[in-house]
Design a protein around this ligand. Structure first.
Ligand SMILES: NC(=O)c1ccc[n+]([C@@H]2O[C@H](COP(=O)([O-])OP(=O)(O)OC[C@H]3O[C@@H](n4cnc5c(N)ncnc54)[C@H](OP(=O)(O)O)[C@@H]3O)[C@@H](O)[C@H]2O)c1
Length: 264
């Protein structure tokens, strides 16, 4: 399928690994000029080079933490006028006992998972409005709709994010701008691997990858029966970045192998 975005300018904020990288690859494959950001430089620069070589498009790496004003300024300076904006951000680590969650932990979660994406969208929406076209996709989490006691640092801030985009997407649709969110379930990514020890500690397990994965699958009933790869969500993200999705506005698309039971 031709996504009809060849030659457009796209930002994948959080594009050096996991689902951000997989999305960046689908966009590059479709022929966009790409800007990818992340906090860690070495992996970012390598990802940009690899994607550029593989798909023959220009990929600019920007070292920038989306949760800080300074980081966002670096992103805005490097790419002032994108047509497409995709954003993902890693929230703080799982919280452990909910009684130990402090106001400081909430502030970090909100700064990262809510204010970071909102401030990036708030900056670029007027730019897209001037162009009369734009696509915005947040890669957030299914715990925005599927509350999990051990993911309080991720879910509540994202529930607020999807509330925000539900409002703003309806306001900006008249200018040819769509905003939609992907709410991923459990994916085997670099980010998930980094949480294995934290998960093991939270559930009193030995820090062995197989033990943790077995416990995880037993305690997260996934009808599809497996943990997905980042590539399993990227085609949907790319579609939402395309003119083909012009009538999809303000939606939250859960991609989780059927784990979350709800009608809407
Ligand atoms: N994997 C899962 O099972 C799962 C489940 C539910 C929800 N999610 C959500 O899905 C999203 C993607 O997860 P993932 O597993 O693909 O993560 P990942 O493998 O860690 O990839 C995240 C990407 O975003 C970058 N990034 C993270 N925080 C950033 C920040 N503050 N500023 C700029 N770049 C940042 C990372 O690079 P740097 O670290 O170098 O910045 C990396 O390039 C996250 O929001 C996560 O909470 C994941």
């Amino acid at each position: 399928m031709d996504l009809q975005i060849r030659g457009k300018k796209a930002i994948m904020a959080g594009g050096s690994a996991g689902m951000g990288r997989a999305t960046a690859e689908r966009l590059a494959e479709a022929g966009v000029e790409l800007y990818i950001s992340a906090r860690r430089e070495a992996r970012l620069v390598k990802a940009a080079r690899d994607i550029s070589e593989k798909y023959g498009v220009q990929v600019t790496p920007i070292v920038a933490d989306s949760s800080t004003e300074e980081g966002r300024k670096a992103l805005f300076a490097a790419c002032p006028n994108p047509d497409i904006l995709a954003i993902t951000i890693k929230p703080p680590a799982p919280n452990g006992d909910f009684l130990n969650v402090t106001p400081e932990m909430w502030r970090e979660s909100v700064d990262t998972a809510l204010i970071g994406p909102i401030e990036i969208m708030r900056h670029y929406i007027p730019v897209m409005k001037d162009k009369g076209w734009g696509r915005i996709v947040n890669i957030a989490t299914f715990s925005a709709k599927n509350p999990m006691l051990w993911r309080l640092m991720s879910g509540p801030a994202r529930s607020a994010l999807i509330n925000y985009t539900a409002c703003v997407s309806r306001e900006v649709a008249q200018y040819g701008i769509t905003i939609n969110n992907i709410l991923p379930g459990m994916f085997q990514t670099e980010g998930a691997e980094e949480l294995i020890d934290v998960y093991a500690e939270a559930f009193g397990l030995e820090q062995n990858r197989d033990v943790v994965l077995t416990h995880f699958l037993e305690n997260n009933k996934i009808p599809a029966g497996f943990l997905a790869d980042a590539a399993d969500m990227a085609p949907m993200a790319a579609l939402l970045c395309s003119p083909l999705s012009r009538f999809i506005v303000g939606q939250n698309i859960v991609i989780d192998g059927g784990q979350h039971h709800s009608l809407f």
